[in-house]
Design a binder for this molecule. Structure first.
Ligand SMILES: NC(=O)c1ccc[n+]([C@@H]2O[C@H](COP(=O)([O-])OP(=O)(O)OC[C@H]3O[C@@H](n4cnc5c(N)ncnc54)[C@H](OP(=O)(O)O)[C@@H]3O)[C@@H](O)[C@H]2O)c1
Length: 291
């Protein structure tokens, strides 16, 4: 049986691979019924962590699109209490672009909207989407702390932070998870001190864009991953996910999907054991600066 991983020392244990729901709300997305089927297929395959955000949508006019999709799929899922839904606030989509907004009053209002979009009284896990350089980080963290005290969120997390920012977050409120980028194309996400801090403080490091994010199309054409994948009877995507899982027990990758095949393939990577030699070869190959 696949060993679960904890969402922070006070959080529940979940299946080690989550589902990134973002691709189901951006340009080129499937229709809503098809997206609900993708989410249900991931849950069927064992996934227990769904990652969403209010800002996963085409533009400001449909904020909450992805949260509503998740809520819709979960209405058809009999074991809702087994699923952790993580969402985020602090990013706006003016004109379809991206703008940080970490003002406490904005975060308080964004959390209310997320509660409504998800149809819940308390959010399982709520992240500050990213620090806003125009707002003191302590003020944004204070807003998260208040939401927790008010019972509107169960667990708090921070995303796109460096080690210094994580340290100050930990000084302000109990943090369960950090969500930062990490993939073979971005191995520095595992080396900048944040993962080490997560391991020491027993937080989960939730890896976003684990198969490359906007570069995901590249991963199936990587010769080293192709070689390892064919030796293991797996896909390059699965090798990338298994590599992350092997790098640390604190790591929980959340590969995105807009197709059932991707969601099922990623969940199956939880059962793939990479030999230590394969892990070191990926480390060396992608860890070395390109010449
Ligand atoms: N905190 C943040 O700032 C932040 C930033 C970016 C992303 N995220 C979160 O992290 C999640 C993952 O990142 P991402 O979606 O940008 O990038 P990703 O997971 O690196 O790549 C996603 C794309 O790769 C394909 N894919 C994934 N697993 C596959 C598999 N096993 N086999 C074949 N294809 C596979 C999917 O294609 P199909 O669409 O064709 O299925 C998907 O669209 C997001 O969905 C979001 O929830 C957070």
């Amino acid at each position: 049986m696949t060993e679960k991983r904890r969402l922070g020392s006070a959080g529940p244990r979940v299946f080690p691979v989550g589902l990134g729901c973002m691709p189901m709300s951006l340009e080129g997305r499937p229709d809503e019924a098809a997206s609900a089927r993708v989410i249900l297929a991931a849950l069927e395959a064992g996934v227990e962590l769904l990652d969403t955000a209010d800002a996963y949508c085409i533009d400001e006019g449909e904020m909450g699109h992805n949260e509503r999709l998740v809520a819709r799929a979960l209405r058809e899922w009999p074991e809702r209490e087994r699923v952790v839904v993580a969402t985020k606030g602090g990013l706006r989509r003016p004109g379809g672009g991206y703008a940080h907004d970490g003002r406490p009053e904005y975060l308080a209002a964004a959390c209310e909207r997320s509660l409504r979009a998800l149809g819940v009284e308390r959010i399982d896990l709520y992240y500050l989407h990213a620090p806003d350089e125009r707002v003191p980080f302590a003020d944004s963290l204070g807003a998260l702390a208040r939401l927790r005290e008010q019972g509107k969120i169960r667990l708090a997390g921070v995303s796109n932070v460096d080690a210094a920012q994580l340290t100050s977050a930990l000084d302000t409120l109990p943090i369960a998870c950090v969500q930062n980028r990490a993939s073979p194309f971005h191995p520095q996400g595992l080396e900048d001190g944040v993962l080490a801090l997560c391991e020491r403080e027993e937080l989960a490091f939730v890896a976003h864009s684990p198969v490359g994010g906007w570069q995901a199309g590249r991963i199936a054409h990587e010769p080293l991953l192709q070689e390892l994948a064919s030796a293991l009877g797996a896909t390059c995507h699965q090798v990338a996910i298994a590599w992350l899982l092997a790098r640390s027990r604190s790591l929980i990758p959340i590969p995105g999907a807009s197709r059932i095949r991707s969601a099922e393939g990623s969940a199956a990577a939880a059962g793939l054991r990479l030999p230590p030699e394969a892990v070191s070869r990926i480390d060396r190959h992608y860890g070395e600066p390109a010449s």
